[in-house]
Design a protein around this ligand. Structure first.
Ligand code: CUA
Length: 271
């Protein structure tokens, strides 16, 4: 006995798919979950790239899903005999090439936004600040008036005695180094972060900078940025780094040049 399909079932399925597509387009189109405003030129570029990728993949999503809805309805069971087709080489080549071009193209375009902060060297006058992560805190080190970081010795690392980074007391360059629990930078100045980890893989992420970089034990990873808006922003660790991961965060203060200098003075007195 042969059961004939009903047009209403195919129609319902096609309709559900169309509603799903419309709802998804609405969630993205209405900006229900907006990112915080960008505070650097690199962040603006990342947003631009993100939007471009979203438009391209969004168009592919809408076309593919509506095409599926159409096919579900158009080729519904009318009691006809099912036939087997072996595919279409020309179509296979076409949509594989289009996909490759879209992905490789977006990758090459996106590389600029990503590489700007990493593969190009920081400006020669960039302020270097060392970022050390460990379970579950950030420690920031400024080079002090001499502009040089003191030598680090892992054997000297001792948070209880006030030397969490293991700065060698015999190295004169380390005498004036300034440690801080929060990151303070002057506005509109190039900043180069040197990111390290003392134990496991952590991460340094500031949403407003659209800057996210892993901290890897044994490596010093440089990234640079220039923040153009005074304010306080959250730094979060986005790598699952242990039981305290959920509370591992810090603060980034973008201050005026004079406030930044006052901060350094205050901090130097505390050391
Ligand atoms: Cu450190 Cu998560």
């Amino acid at each position: 006995m042969h059961l004939r399909g009903y047009a209403s079932v195919a129609l319902l399925l096609a309709l559900l798919l169309t509603i799903l597509v419309a709802a998804t387009v609405y969630v993205f189109g209405a900006h229900l979950y907006p990112a915080p405003p960008p505070i650097s030129q690199d962040a603006v570029q990342v947003d631009h790239q993100y939007n471009l990728t979203l438009y391209v993949t969004g168009a592919a999503f809408v076309l593919a899903q509506l095409g599926l809805a159409w096919a579900v309805f158009r080729f519904r069971d009318r009691g006809q005999k099912a036939s087997h087709i072996r595919g279409n080489v020309a179509l296979e080549i076409l949509w594989t090439s289009v996909t490759v071009i879209a992905f490789v193209g977006l990758g090459i375009l996106g590389r600029n936004a990503w590489a700007g902060a990493r593969l190009t060297p920081a400006a020669p006058d960039a302020i270097q600040i060392e970022v050390t992560t460990n379970q579950f805190v950030y420690t920031f080190r400024y080079a002090g008036p001499d502009g040089k970081f003191g030598r680090l010795d892992p054997a000297l690392v001792s948070a209880p005695t006030g030397n969490p980074l293991g700065i060698d007391p015999n190295d004169p360059a380390g005498q004036d180094d300034i440690l801080a629990a929060e990151l303070t930078v002057p506005v509109n100045r190039p900043i180069e972060l040197l990111i390290r980890s003392q134990d496991v893989v952590h991460n340094f992420f500031v949403r407003e900078l659209r800057l996210q970089q892993d901290a890897v034990p044994g490596m010093v990873i440089p990234v640079h940025f220039s923040a153009d808006r005074i304010g306080t922003y959250e730094i979060v660790c986005t790598q699952l780094c242990g039981l305290g991961h959920y509370k591992m965060h810090g603060l980034l203060h973008v201050d005026s040049q004079s406030d930044y200098e006052a901060f350094l003075k205050r901090q130097a007195l505390d050391q």
